[in-house]
Design a protein around this ligand. Structure first.
Ligand SMILES: [Zn+2]
Length: 365
């Protein structure tokens, strides 16, 4: 199996077009054409992780964080990023980073986080815009159903918990076949008028190539008339953070103990407790200060995330409890998530979890 097979699969789970604008997801070193000998799942790629991959005969590291993040201008080993990249290249190790593409899908990083604390009725806190598009295609009436079926099969027409959503209207299409045309209906040099169905469907941007190809394959016309339109709609299953409910209202201190135990923490930094029972919980793995206001607006009693700065804690403003559990701690289960995703797809292949903690933060107690 080639590395591109793994990448193509990962990109159906977490499409690269869902990543944040500042991010650098994708294949960072190596070639997609290489034969994959084994995969190592990790949160971060450091020199010792590359060593671990070499030792375990894995030539593909599937990492959450991209080790090349803000660009590299020199490559002479003066810092850990350069040394890691050099070591990977010298040893023919491919590094693939999935980062915010996996953060932003509802089945991703935050779902695993929410599952760990038993949240139900989960929703994305801040759904993403500008990833949905509309396809409008015109097909002669007898062929419209075939075209509709083909584009549904390619993934168009999903809205929330519904699939095969479309709208159709009928009208007249005209065309006049010119020199070299091979028309399905009509004659050279004569304007033809045909009863056609206009089919409209919504789709996520990453499926465009597949859907257009399926549409053209199913359509009888030599030249298919169609429009791709950008939409301002949000995608409710793609975006930042997850909010959900505990099974029952819980005392704040009891909940803090549950978090401490679940995430293996020695300490939790949090804002003042509100002395009420809590049920609605917001979570965001990794740096989540940008979502404080959205978590409050969504009615969360408690927001668990990391990398909160001193002044950002004030934004809790007696409306919510913010708990900062540490960046690595909040994303530690992402390694299991990557492992589970890959093993489910490639059950007979060598998929391994890194045995090393990459947490750069230590606590002295
Ligand atoms: Zn992170």
């Amino acid at each position: 199996m080639q590395i591109k097979t793994v990448i193509q699969f990962l990109e159906t789970v977490a499409p690269p077009s869902y990543q944040e604008s500042y991010d650098n997801c994708g294949l960072l070193t190596g070639s997609a054409d290489w034969e994959c000998r084994g995969m190592l799942c990790t949160l971060d790629t450091l020199e010792n992780i590359v060593d671990e991959a070499i030792g375990k005969k894995c030539n593909l590291i599937v990492a959450h964080h991209p080790v090349i993040f803000s660009g590299i201008k020199k490559l002479n080993g003066k810092n850990y990023v350069e040394r890691t990249v050099i070591k990977a290249i010298k040893n023919d190790i491919a590094i693939y980073a999935i980062h915010t593409s996996l953060d932003n899908v509802i089945s991703g990083v935050n779902k695993r986080f929410a599952d760990k604390i038993g949240l139900r009725n989960i929703q994305i806190i801040f759904p993403k815009k500008e990833i949905l598009r509309k396809l409008v295609v015109y097909a002669p009436l007898p062929n419209a159903e075939d075209v509709r079926n083909a584009i549904f099969k390619a993934g168009a027409g999903e809205i929330g918990n519904y699939n095969e959503c479309s709208f159709s209207s009928e009208g007249n299409g005209t065309f006049n076949p010119q020199e070299n045309a091979k028309p399905f209906i009509g004659e050279f040099g004569k304007r033809e008028t045909v009863r056609e169905e206009k089919i409209e469907v919504i789709f996520p941007n990453y499926l465009q190539h597949k859907i257009v190809a399926a549409m053209k394959a199913a359509h009888p016309y030599e030249e298919v008339a169609y429009d791709i339109l950008p939409l301002g709609n949000i995608h409710e299953n793609v975006g930042s953070g997850i909010i959900g409910e505990l099974n029952e209202e819980t005392e704040e201190t009891v909940f803090l103990k549950i978090i401490k135990q679940t995430f293996g923490l020695s300490v939790i930094r949090h804002t003042g407790l509100l002395n009420k029972k809590i049920k609605k919980i917001a979570v965001c793995g990794g740096a989540g200060s940008f979502l404080i206001r959205n978590a409050i607006a969504a009615g969360a009693d408690f927001y668990i995330t990391s990398d909160i700065k001193y002044h950002e804690f004030f934004d809790a403003d007696n409306q919510i409890v913010i708990a900062d559990i540490g960046h690595w701690e909040s994303e530690q289960f992402t390694i299991d998530l990557l492992f589970d995703i890959l093993v489910a797809k490639f059950p007979t292949f060598a998929v391994l979890k890194s045995a090393l903690s990459t947490n750069p933060v230590q606590y002295f107690s």
